[in-house]
Structures are given as structure tokens and as C-alpha cells.
Design a protein around this ligand. Structure first.
Ligand code: NDP
Length: 435
């Protein structure tokens, strides 16, 4: 607290883990007196650097770049890069800390890291994005490597940005290795990686529903965000027979009472990924829908809510509205989208609630599969990768039940995910000694 009190998001993430893991540690002699959690909250290394670049008007711009190398007990640091004006140390440390547990849950050998820059990609030309990515990698390249630290995408970093960064890394190092994941298919990428986080979130929610004999068929689903995670969560939920009512961006949300079907979703993907437009432009094509400026979609009646935009986008008031409207399941596609108070409301109401570190782990898991394919110099088929992804999500669900099932049968997925993620990393740290 004394050391990190000025980092609210990081404190929030640590507190949640501490509340569930400390009582567990107390029951396990091997972890007692080893200060494992105290070691885990301190990043192994934090890199901060200047990113100078030239905009289209010939002006020199300066951004701040970061890489948090949080924990490498079970594998090379692994985690995304975020380009968003809100990026700061607190946000990246919370993301890196969560990543350690998430990566451990996937069962793949990946440590945890996160990075990015306070750069705003909105309204920038392709050339400006390229120059920024090249400038960012001109420093980051000396700290990463396929056996050391393997970054991926996150908010504001998709296939285009990964391409520019990979090109610069390859030029500076003069070697072609799988140093980044989320690459294009023809140069080392994996099938299903773009879909993986959204698909995985829905696979996880499906497993939760199954414990109550339910499924997605005919269910009303409310989704926030309209980026990578939201788009593919919508696609998978649609294919399971759900009715998608909303999507959003940072300016507001759209509500389509008739449901966002495959054709409408294709329009949104073109709008967001190719034209890089705003979600409200949906109404230009589908005028029967409504647009709510400056609001989040949690007030709309639904059975299932999938928050897929950003941290702390769903508070306790939203949580109460969801429950009053009959919501039975919340699975986080984003990282920490629900505030601590919102999670408390879900738990008190005993509805199905999955924290992002469990339900959105499919993205990094598939990045892990991309690393394996790169190391083997092979490319698995769509079906092979999807099968492995599905199996990993089911295994994570099982782990959450193992450590999170309460005496009355209710599953606390937060507790389950935290303890299951902790155990593997803690055991590795114990074996490696005080390093
Ligand atoms: P994208 O950049 O593709 O999309 C982000 C979406 O969230 C956009 O619709 C964006 O709207 C909205 N958003 C971003 N910031 C805010 C904000 N401050 N307030 C409201 N809306 C906001 O990112 P991803 O889909 O990749 O990431 C979404 C979430 O999922 C993040 O929390 C990320 O950490 C998490 N995640 C992503 C993974 C991946 O594989 N990509 C893996 C695991 C987790 P706008 O366009 O207006 O900014």
C-alpha cells in the first residue's frame, strides 16, 4: 500500500487477488513465511522510454513507452501492448499482474508482462501509425525476444500495428523469430488468433451456463465495446443461437431490438476495422436501431452480459440494474471491466460471474499456440487451433470450480481463478529460490 498507493488500478487488482489468496496461503504450510505474494506484486523489471516520431505535418511528437516484465517464473514474459492516451504505470502494472495469473491458468509455459504507450491512434493516418510503431520498436527491440519477452496486441494494437512493429524488429535484429504474436497468417501468425479472446469468452460462459443446464440459445446478450474482443464474442454467441442487442465504443452504445445478426455484424466489422469509423454510424445503415450517446449498455434488459471494452466500465449501480432486469451470467471479455463493488453485487446475488483473467484467457492461450507453431515451424488448421482453444477454456473452467466451489455449491470464479493461477507460479518460485 505504502509503495503503490498512488496506483489505483494496480491496487484494485492486487487487493482482489490478496483477499482470496492470503486465506488460502494460510492453510498451506509450504507457502507460509515465504513472502511469495509480496514478491509477486513487485515487477521483475519496468522499462520506460521516450518515443519520438514525426507526424504528417512534419512536427516532432513525443510519447512515453513502457514494458512491464512482471513475472518469468513459468516462462518468458507474455502479454499485450496497449496504445491509448490513458496508458500509465498503474494501468499497465494492473494488466501485467493479472496477466501472470491468467497465463498460469492457460496451463501453457508463459510468464506475465504488459506494455504500451500513451499514444492515441484515433484520427492518425496509416503513415503516422507506421512511424509511431517503428519508433516504439526502435527502443523496445533490445528488451524482448522469442525466449525472453513476447508481446501481443491489446487496445489500439491490432494486426496493422503488430505488422509494423514486427517489420522494425526484424530489420534491427536481422532475424525472423516469433517475437510478437498476433502476426499475419503469411508471416507466422496463427489461425483463430484474431477470434480467440471473444470465442474463448463465449466458450467459458457456455461452460458456466451448462452447470445450470442452460445455454446461449435464444438468450438476450448485451455486449460492450466493438473492437477485437467484442466483435468475435458477438460472432460466437450468434452462432450458438443468441440474440445480440448491443455493442458500444467510448462515445456511446447502439441497441438493436431486432438483434444484430451476421449481416449486421459484418457491416460493423467493416466499419470498425477497415473504415475505422464510430459505432453510431450503424444507424446510417440500420435506422431502426437506437444510439445512446455517452452511456454504457448495462441498463438494457438481458440474460447474459459480456463487458468487452475496458477496465472499470461496469459499476455497482450497473450491476444492480443488470440483476433487477434478470441477468443470470456475466463473463468478462475485457480486463477488470467490473469494479470491485460490482463484483460484490454479482456475488451477493449469486449469479454466474467470470473474471477476465479466467474468461478472456483464450487470447493469450492462442498466442501461446502461435509461439509453439513458430518454434516448430508449422501451421495448424483452423479446426486444430479451435479445438485446443476450446479444451483450454474448459480446463480453466474446471480449475475455477476446483478452487472456487463454496459449501452451498455456488462457484466463486474469482477465488477459483486467483488460487489456481497462484499455485502454479508460487510452486515455480519456491523451486527457483529467492531470485
Ligand atoms: P480494441 O482496441 O480492438 O477495442 C477496444 C474497444 O473498447 C473499442 O470499442 C473502444 O472504443 C472501447 N474502449 C476502449 N477504451 C475505452 C474507454 N476508456 N471507455 C469506453 N470504451 C472504451 O481492443 P480489444 O478488443 O483488443 O480489447 C478490449 C478489452 O479486452 C481490453 O480490456 C483488453 O485488455 C482486453 N483483452 C484483449 C485481448 C485481445 O486478445 N485483444 C485479450 C484479453 C483481454 P473506442 O474505439 O471509442 O476507443
Amino acid at each position: 500500500e505504502e509503495r503503490n498507493g498512488h496506483e489505483p488500478e494496480f491496487m484494485q487488482a492486487v487487493k482482489e487477488v490478496a483477499e482470496t489468496v492470503i486465506p488460502y496461503i494460510k492453510t498451506q504450510d509450504i507457502y507460509n513465511g515465504k513472502n511469495i505474494l509480496l514478491r509477486m506484486v513487485e515487477p521483475e523489471r519496468v522499462i520506460m522510454f521516450r518515443v519520438p516520431w514525426v507526424d504528417d505535418n512534419g512536427e516532432i511528437q513525443v510519447n512515453r513507452g513502457y514494458r512491464i516484465e512482471m513475472n518469468s517464473a513459468i516462462g518468458p514474459y507474455k502479454g499485450g501492448l496497449r496504445f491509448h492516451p490513458s496508458v500509465n504505470l498503474s494501468i499497465l502494472k494492473f494488466l501485467a499482474f493479472e496477466q501472470v495469473f491468467k497465463n498460469s491458468l492457460t496451463t501453457l509455459p508463459m510468464g506475465g508482462g504488459k506494455g504500451g504507450a500513451d499514444f492515441d491512434p484515433k484520427g492518425k493516418s496509416d503513415n503516422e501509425i507506421m512511424r509511431f510503431c517503428h519508433a516504439f520498436m526502435a527502443e523496445l527491440f533490445r528488451h524482448i525476444g522469442h525466449n525472453t519477452d513476447v508481446p501481443a496486441g491489446d487496445i489500439g494494437v491490432g494486426a496493422r500495428e503488430i505488422g509494423f512493429m514486427f517489420g522494425q524488429y526484424k530489420k534491427l535484429k536481422n532475424e525472423f523469430t516469433g517475437v510478437l504474436t498476433g502476426k499475419g497468417l503469411s508471416w507466422g501468425g496463427s489461425l483463430i488468433r484474431p477470434e480467440a479472446t471473444g470465442y474463448g469468452t463465449v466458450y467459458f460462459a457456455e461452460s458456466m451456463l451448462k452447470t445450470q443446464g442452460k445455454d446461449f440459445h435464444g438468450k438476450k446478450v448485451v455486449i460492450s465495446g466493438s473492437g477485437n474482443v467484442a466483435q468475435y464474442a458477438a460472432e460466437k454467441a450468434l452462432s450458438l443461437g443468441a440474440r445480440i442487442l448491443t455493442l458500444s465504443d467510448s462515445a456511446g452504445y447502439i441497441y438493436d431490438a431486432e438483434g444484430i445478426d451476421e449481416e449486421k455484424l459484418a457491416y460493423i466489422m467493416e466499419l470498425k476495422n477497415v473504415k475505422r469509423g464510430r459505432i453510431k454510424e450503424y444507424l446510417e445503415k440500420y435506422p431502426n436501431a437506437k444510439y445512446e450517446e455517452g452511456k454504457t449498455p448495462w441498463g438494457e434488459p438481458c440474460d447474459i452480459a459480456l463487458p468487452c471494452a475496458t477496465q472499470n466500465e461496469l459499476n455497482d449501480e450497473d450491476a444492480r440494474k443488470l440483476i433487477a432486469n434478470g441477468c443470470i451470467c456475466v463473463a468478462e471479455g475485457a480486463n477488470m471491466p467490473s469494479t470491485a463493488e460490482a463484483v460484490e453485487v454479482f456475488h451477493e446475488a449469486k449469479i454466474l460471474f467470470a473474471p477476465g483473467k479466467a474468461s478472456n484467457a483464450g487470447g493469450v492461450a492462442t498466442s501461446g499456440l502461435e509461439m509453439s507453431q513458430n518454434a516448430l515451424r508449422v501451421g495448424w488448421t483452423r479446426e486444430e487451433v479451435d479445438e485446443k482453444l476450446k479444451k483450454i477454456m474448459l480446463d480453466i473452467h474446471d480449475s475455477c470450480i476446483k478452487y472456487g466451489k463454496q459449501e452451498d455449491g455456488y462457484v466463486d470464479y474469482v477465488k477459483g481463478a486467483n488460487i489456481a493461477g497462484f499455485v502454479k507460479v508460487a510452486d515455480a518460485m519456491l523451486a527457483q529460490g529467492v531470485v
